[in-house]
Design a protein around this ligand. Structure first.
Ligand code: PEP
Ligand code: MG
Length: 585
């Protein structure tokens, strides 16, 4: 039973749909801040054993990580694990804390932290910068042991390890997009966090994993205990902790109904996405890693409209270096081959804001307004050129479109194009094959870009509207901040006008326009976007069939006038009502 002793309900922000029912699995970065108490004499040897067991568990964890390292994993990653294993076996960690328990009767956590603090202070004094750095490794090893001791794991069990884990709900104060990468390989049914907004990257990854999730629960996670029963209603943004048998039954029935509806949709996999009046619509997939192409193909995506390449980089931070040109090339090639001739739109590194490359970058005052995405790439030309060469080389294996995030200024577009030309020249010189005609496009996600489209259509081959950032920057709302999440409104007239303008200006200039932000995967908005003239949607593969159903039921002739009316409206109620009416037409 949870900390309150009875069933209770939490309300948060729904970020990924569906019903999940399972046991709580507390996920927390263990702060080196632990309970301190004295152990009675007769318990001392038990306490010593508890610490020894935790040390042995961490030893096994490290060995498993070692043996599971992919063959192409960078050498530094192995070395990094070696250092941790060495620290763990050193008497400084494996023996002295045990002596502290025996002599001072401290509990295991306290004994361990006492010794780690002592070692950290000694390392602080060391002149050699490399050795001084090892202080962090000691801290990390200590955290691993503490997590085992306190029962808050930082790593999830692997899929298939135990059937019951498929019904595990991750409960966390916060989950970073990098942590979510780790979750991709775990078997769990849903997650809830205290922090986060509707379109934070963590939420986006949850949607791509297709598991129910609710974020922005304030301090809800502190009320939940390991193994508490939890229901997540990802549609309503509601979390029920320790539900009564009656409530549990109602939700199980609802869950079954949703599963049956999903199954029905899967019949549309091979049906062409064409409106009732015969207009073909492109329904493409957003992916984070090349492996996601399999799901994209399964649901019949007509291509990849957004490959968020930064996730290749985020997964490698711990290896201490960025992926090399060859490693990147292999990932891009894998994606393009998996899509079997369907276009793959690779977005260049969109790092920064809620996807920091280094933890040090998190200190920027306004990271979303800072050196992110193309700004970062233009400031790091060698890194950018490496990525461009890798993408270009992969274009010899299938159709690739190159998409550039966060452009706002003419000179940024020009510098980017000059870098693409430079990367091409380098490859020609090295006699590497690539697609000379590779289309280059811009994300329209800064209001300034949407208001200055002639700069873009003149210089680039296509546009893709990033509604997640466009909403963030138009309404001045941090998309990650749950305190302003209620202000994040895709139907704000300013947002709708910017999207409408981008679609119509692109059409007039003969340049394809896609929407690849979360609005493209929201069935409630499909008709509105179709009515605005949108013909290319890119979304999580899990949304494609539902959006396709909406496309199949839409008669463009019937919705155009209503859409025009919406684009001219300002009053929120009038807009909301007109959008709802669109769905009835
Ligand atoms: C967007 O901003 O809408 C977008 C698709 O990019 P991201 O969500 O990765 O910032
Ligand atoms: Mg964006």
């Amino acid at each position: 039973m949870n900390k309150t002793g009875s069933s209770f309900t939490l309300h948060g922000i729904p970020v990924s749909r569906g019903i999940a029912i399972g046991r709580a699995h507390l996920f927390a970065p263990a702060a080196l801040d632990v309970q301190h108490y004295l152990v009675p004499e007769e318990q001392v040897e038990n306490e010593v054993q508890r610490l020894q067991d935790a040390l042995a568990t961490v030893h096994r964890e490290l060995q498993t990580i070692w043996t599971d390292l992919p063959a192409d994993a960078p050498a530094e990653l192995g070395a990094f694990i070696d250092v941790h294993a060495l620290i763990l076996s050193d008497p400084m960690i494996s023996e002295i804390p045990l002596e502290i328990i025996r002599k001072r009767h401290y509990n295991a956590e306290w004994a361990l932290v006492t010794q780690i603090d002592e070692l950290s202070a000694q390392f602080e004094e060391i002149e050699d910068a490399y050795l001084r750095e090892r202080k962090n490794d000691i801290g990390q090893v200590g955290e691993r042991v503490l997590k085992v001791l306190t029962g808050t794991a930082s790593k999830l069990p692997e899929a298939g390890a135990d059937e019951s884990m498929a019904h595990m709900i991750v409960v966390a104060h916060d989950v970073s997009p990098a942590d979510m990468l780790q979750f991709r390989h775990g078997a769990f049914a849903g997650f809830i966090t205290d922090l986060g907004g509707q379109n934070s990257h963590t939420a986006i990854v949850a949607r791509s994993l297709d598991i129910p999730a609710v974020v922005g629960l304030a301090n809800g996670s502190t009320l939940v205990l390991q193994d508490d029963w939890i229901i997540i209603d990802g549609d309503a943004g509601v979390v029920i902790v320790d539900p009564s048998p009656l409530v549990l039954k109602q939700y199980r029935d609802l869950q079954q109904r949703l599963i049956r509806e999903r199954k029905k949709l899967s019949r549309l996999r091979k049906t062409p996405a064409v409106t009732k009046d015969g207009t073909p619509i492109d329904l493409m997939a957003n992916i984070e890693l090349p492996e996601d192409c399999a799901t994209a193909m399964e649901v019949g995506a007509s291509g990849v409209g957004l490959f968020r390449s930064e996730f290749l980089f985020l997964g490698r931070i711990h290896a201490g270096r960025l992926p090399t040109e060859d490693e990147q090339f292999e990932s891009y090639r894998k994606a393009v081959l998996a899509m079997k001739g369907r276009p793959v739109t690779i977005r260049t590194l969109d790092i920064g804001a809620d996807k920091p490359l280094h933890h040090a970058d998190e200190t920027a005052l306004n990271p979303a307004l800072g050196l992110r995405a193309i700004r970062y790439c233009l400031a790091e030309p060698q890194m950018f050129l490496t990525q461009l060469r890798a993408i270009l080389r992969a274009s010899a294996f299938g159709p690739i479109h190159l998409l550039v995030p966060m452009l706002a200024h003419a000179f940024e577009i020009e510098q980017t194009l000059a870098m693409v030309a430079q990367a091409k020249a380098q490859l020609r010189e090295a006699k590497c094959k690539f697609d000379e005609q590779i289309p280059v496009g811009a994300m329209i996600e800064i209001p300034a870009a949407a208001l200055a489209l002639p700069l873009f259509v003149k210089r680039l081959d296509f546009l893709s509207v990033g509604t997640n950032d466009l909403i963030q920057y138009t309404l001045a709302i941090d998309r990650v901040d749950h305190e302003v999440a209620h202000l994040y409104n895709p139907l704000h007239p300013a947002v709708l006008q910017l999207i409408g303008m981008t679609i119509s200006t692109g059409a007039k200039a003969g340049k394809p326009v896609a929407v690849c932000g979360e609005m493209a995967g929201d069935v409630r908005l499909t008709r509105l976007l179709l009515g605005m003239g949108l013909r290319e949607f890119s979304m999580h593969p899990t949304q494609i069939l539902a959006v396709k159903q909406e496309v199949l039921n839409t008669d463009l002739g019937r919705i155009t006038a209503q859409t025009r009316k919406i684009l001219k409206a300002y009053e929120p109620e009038a807009i909301a009502e007109a959008v709802a009416q669109l769905r009835e037409m």
